[in-house]
Design a protein around this ligand. Structure first.
Ligand code: SAM
Length: 276
């Protein structure tokens, strides 16, 4: 008998892939967690029935959420990652030669444990000498810190459950305070095709707080519609202009793609109000 996993990416759209077994299911203090084996994408981490990351295509998201900011900030010494408990973003951040410390603030320690148990290629940097891992609520963490990070990356789930606040203006204002005076914020801002409201909420919220706001795109096969957005809020530097040339070992990111990622289709320009 064939087994298929389906993520309902909208009430009318399902993403299905053939599953060859379930490695873990548990209800954590924050969400339903599952790890399944799939024929096409290898091991897959699911939270509340949504694909978080897979062995086969994780590199796209983790390179693109990390390297656009790390390569366009002249001194990306101290980087804060909120969420990202699978460790993939932290791996890319601490791999960057100019980064001195990557601090991960993940609310659910069971996600970190699942990454350690089933995704060694993702969790390999959790014990890196440049890494610091805290199990805390990122919303609280940014309220309690000030002027100490060059880059903040919000690698969160979609605006549900403990992540709802991570898409709020008050959170972005607290991130502004946590950043140094030339700091940069990057957030995953969802799918322009299936969740335009989330894209607009993130972009407009950041635009109200930061002097410079830019959106860029990447193609991620296992994310809703396959077209994914990231939004940058910058206090000083233009994220479109790389000032480092780190691209070693990358399989999706390149310095040419860095600039091209900011070239947006008309429908996305209009969505964020640039087309008006
Ligand atoms: N790449 C994925 C995506 O785009 O959906 C996100 C991956 S990562 C697994 C998302 C993480 O955000 C989860 O582990 C979740 O526990 C964490 N998270 C959600 N809300 C949080 C909060 N308030 N503070 C810290 N971590 C949070």
């Amino acid at each position: 008998m064939e087994l298929w996993f389906t993520e309902y990416q909208t009430p009318a759209i399902g993403f299905s892939c053939k599953s060859t077994g379930t490695l873990r299911t548990e209800k954590t203090a924050y969400q339903d967690l599952a790890v399944i084996e799939t024929e096409q994408f290898g091991r897959m981490l699911l939270l509340d029935g949504m694909v978080m990351t897979t062995e086969k295509d994780e590199f796209i998201y983790h390179e693109m959420i990390s390297l656009i900011a790390c390569n366009s900030h002249p001194r990306p010494s101290k980087v804060l990652i909120i969420g990202g408990g699978d460790g993939g973003t932290l791996r890319e951040v601490v791999r960057h030669p100019a980064v001195e410390q990557g601090t991960l603030v993940e609310i659910d320690d069971r996600v970190i444990q699942a990454a350690r148990d089933f995704f060694p290629s993702l969790s390999c940097a959790l014990d890196h000498e440049k890494s610091k891992v805290l199990v805390e609520d990122g919303i609280k963490y940014v309220q309690e810190h000030e002027n100490c990070y060059d880059i903040v990356i919000v690698d969160s789930t979609d605006p549900v459950g403990p992540a709802i606040e991570l898409f709020s203006k008050s959170f972005y204002a607290n991130v502004y305070k946590v950043l140094k005076d030339d700091g940069m914020l990057v957030v995953q801002s969802d799918s322009p095709y299936y969740h335009p409201d989330v894209v607009k909420m993130a972009f407009n919220g950041i635009k109200e707080i930061f002097p410079l706001t830019r959106l860029y795109l990447a193609n991620i096969p296992t994310y809703p519609s396959g077209l994914w957005s990231f939004t940058v809020g910058s206090k000083k530097y233009d994220p479109q202009e790389p000032c480092h040339s780190h691209q070693e070992g990358c399989r999706y990111y390149s310095l040419e793609l860095h600039k091209a990622a900011f070239q947006l289709p008309v429908l996305v320009e209009q969505l964020i109000g640039n087309g008006e």
